[in-house]
Design a protein around this ligand. Structure first.
Ligand code: CTP
Length: 412
C-alpha cells in the first residue's frame, strides 16, 4: 500500500518538505529512513493533523544525518546517545526526532531499557501496540510504502488494541496508561490476549514499580487529552490508579471538559483537584510530591482543596486568601459547587463569594495617588475595606468610594 498522497494531505507542507530533505540526505549517506509510530497511525484517522513526527533510520550511524539536517535547517540539535536519539527543535517549537532503528533489552521489569542498534523489524517489534508499530518508507525508491509486518492496519480498522508480546506491560508498565489513553481517544477495545496480559500485569502490581516521574509524565499526557476523565475512569476500573499510592482515592466520575483556553498548569490543577477532592489535604500533598508535579501545580491543587474545605466548613469568604481564588481555583470551586457540592454550606458560601467578587473597588491605585496617598501596603488595606463596605451594601459609586477613603484614611 502506498500512502504518498495521504501523507501529503495530512501533514503540513513544511513538514513534508523536511521529510523529502531527510530522504535525499539519507540516500546520500546510504541510510534508510522511515516515518514511524503515532504519525503513521494517524494517517488513517480523520481530522487528526500532526505537527511532530518520529523518523527511524536503519543501515548505519544516524549522527552524521542529524548533524547535516541541523546545519541545513539551522535549528537546535539535542542528542541522547544512550537512546540513539537526536531531537531537532525548530523556532516554532515543533520538533522532529531522528532515531536509530533499535532493539531494547530490559534488565528487569519496569526498568528503563538498554538500547542497541537493530533492524527496522526489531525496532517495530519492541513497540507498545500493533497500531503504533507501522512504518512508512521515506526512501527514494519506495517513498510512501507502508511497512506493516505486525498487522497494525487490520487492528486499526477493527478498532482493536493489541500488544506485540506477552511481557509488554511488565517490561514497560507505562503502557497500561497508554492503553487506557488510546482506548478512550479512539473508542477501541483491547484484544482478548492483550486484556489478559494487562490484567496479569496489574495483579502483579507492576505500576508500583514505576518511578514517580514516569507515572507523572503519563498522567500529564492524559490531562492533555481532549477528554481526560474517561481515561482516568478506565484506569480506575482496571484498579491501576490505586497502585500509584494505595491510600489515595481517585474520583474521575465527572464528565467535564476543562476550559481549552487554560494553560497546561491550570488544566492540570483543575483535573487533579476534582479527582482528588475527597482525600485529606495531607494525603494529596504527599502523593503530588512523590509524583514530582511542578511546584505551581502542587500549590494550586492544595489551595483548591483547602478553599473547598474552608467553604464547606462555613468559613467566611472575607477571610479566604483572594489570590488563591483566581484561575483554576475559581473554576474548580464553581464546578464543585454545581456538581458535587451537596453540602448547603458550600453552595451558600459560593454565592457569597460571587457577590464578594462583584464588590471589587472601582477606585484604583492611580486615584489614590491623585488623592495624595503614597503607594504601599496601605493601598491593599484600603481596597479591602472598600470591598467589605460594598459587600455590606454601602459605597454605590466611585464618588462614594473616594469620600470613604478621604474620611477614613490619613495621607501621611
Ligand atoms: N512507544 C512505545 N512504548 C512506549 C512509548 C512509546 O512503544 N511506552 C512507541 C510507539 O510506537 C509510539 C512511539 O513510540 O507510537 C511514539 O511515542 P509517543 O510520541 O509517546 O506516542 P504517539 O504514539 O505518537 O502518541 P500520541 O498521539 O499520544 O503522541
Amino acid at each position: 500500500m502506498n500512502l504518498a498522497k495521504v501523507l501529503k494531505q495530512k501533514i503540513s507542507p513544511k513538514l513534508h518538505k523536511k521529510l523529502e530533505e531527510i530522504s535525499y540526505l539519507s540516500n546520500k549517506l546510504n541510510l534508510s529512513s522511515y516515518l514511524v509510530g503515532g504519525t503513521v497511525r494517524d494517517l488513517f484517522q480523520d481530522g487528526l493533523d500532526r505537527y511532530d513526527c518520529d523518523v527511524t533510520v536503519s543501515g548505519g550511524d544516524v549522527k552524521p544525518l542529524a548533524a547535516l539536517l541541523q546545519s541545513q535547517w539551522k535549528c537546535e540539535l539535542q542528542s541522547y546517545p544512550a537512546f540513539l536519539t537526536h531531537t531537532l527543535q525548530f523556532s516554532d517549537r515543533t520538533y522532529l526526532d531522528i532515531v536509530t532503528a533499535r532493539e531494547e533489552k530490559y534488565s528487569k521489569p519496569a526498568a528503563l531499557p538498554v538500547v542497541i542498534r537493530g533492524t527496522l523489524l526489531a525496532d517495530l517489534l519492541r513497540r507498545d501496540f500493533s497500531i503504533n508499530a507501522m512504518a512508512l518508507s521515506l526512501n527514494k525508491n519506495s517513498w510512501g510504502e507502508l511497512m506493516d509486518p505486525l498487522g497494525g492496519l487490520m487492528d486499526l480498522k477493527n478498532k482493536k488494541l493489541k500488544i506485540l508480546h506477552a511481557k509488554s506491560f511488565e517490561e514497560d508498565p507505562t503502557r497500561i496508561f497508554r492503553a487506557a489513553k488510546f482506548l478512550c481517544r479512539f473508542g477501541f477495545r483491547l484484544k482478548k490476549e492483550t486484556e489478559a496480559a494487562l490484567k496479569i500485569a496489574i495483579q502483579e502490581k507492576i505500576i508500583a514499580k514505576l518511578s514517580g516521574d514516569r507515572i507523572r509524565l503519563e498522567i500529564e499526557k492524559i490531562i492533555k487529552e481532549r477528554e481526560p476523565f474517561p481515561v482516568f475512569k478506565q484506569l480506575k476500573q482496571w484498579r491501576a490508579l490505586e497502585q500509584i499510592d494505595p491510600k489515595l482515592k481517585w474520583f474521575p466520575s465527572q464528565i467535564f471538559r476543562g476550559d481549552t483556553k487554560q494553560s497546561f498548569k491550570e488544566r492540570a490543577a483543575f483535573y487533579l483537584s476534582l479527582m482528588l477532592f475527597g482525600n485529606s489535604v495531607e494525603r494529596v500533598k504527599g502523593a503530588l510530591e512523590k509524583l514530582h508535579f511542578e511546584r505551581e501545580v502542587q500549590d494550586r491543587v492544595l489551595e483548591n482543596l483547602n478553599l473547598a474545605r474552608a467553604l464547606e466548613g462555613g468559613e467566611s469568604v472575607l477571610k479566604l486568601p483572594q489570590k488563591a481564588l483566581e484561575k483554576s481555583a475559581l473554576l474548580f470551586l464553581n464546578y464543585t459547587v454545581q456538581h458535587i457540592g451537596k453540602q448547603r454550606n458550600l453552595k451558600k458560601r459560593w454565592q457569597e463569594y460571587k457577590k464578594w467578587i462583584q464588590c471589587r473597588p472601582l477606585l484604583d491605585g492611580n486615584t489614590l495617588i491623585q488623592l495624595g496617598f503614597k503607594s504601599g501596603p496601605l493601598f491593599k488595606e484600603i481596597f479591602r475595606r472598600i470591598q467589605i463596605h460594598k459587600y455590606g451594601g454601602k459605597l454605590k459609586n466611585l464618588n462614594e468610594e473616594i469620600r470613604f477613603v478621604v474620611d477614613n484614611f490619613r495621607r501621611d
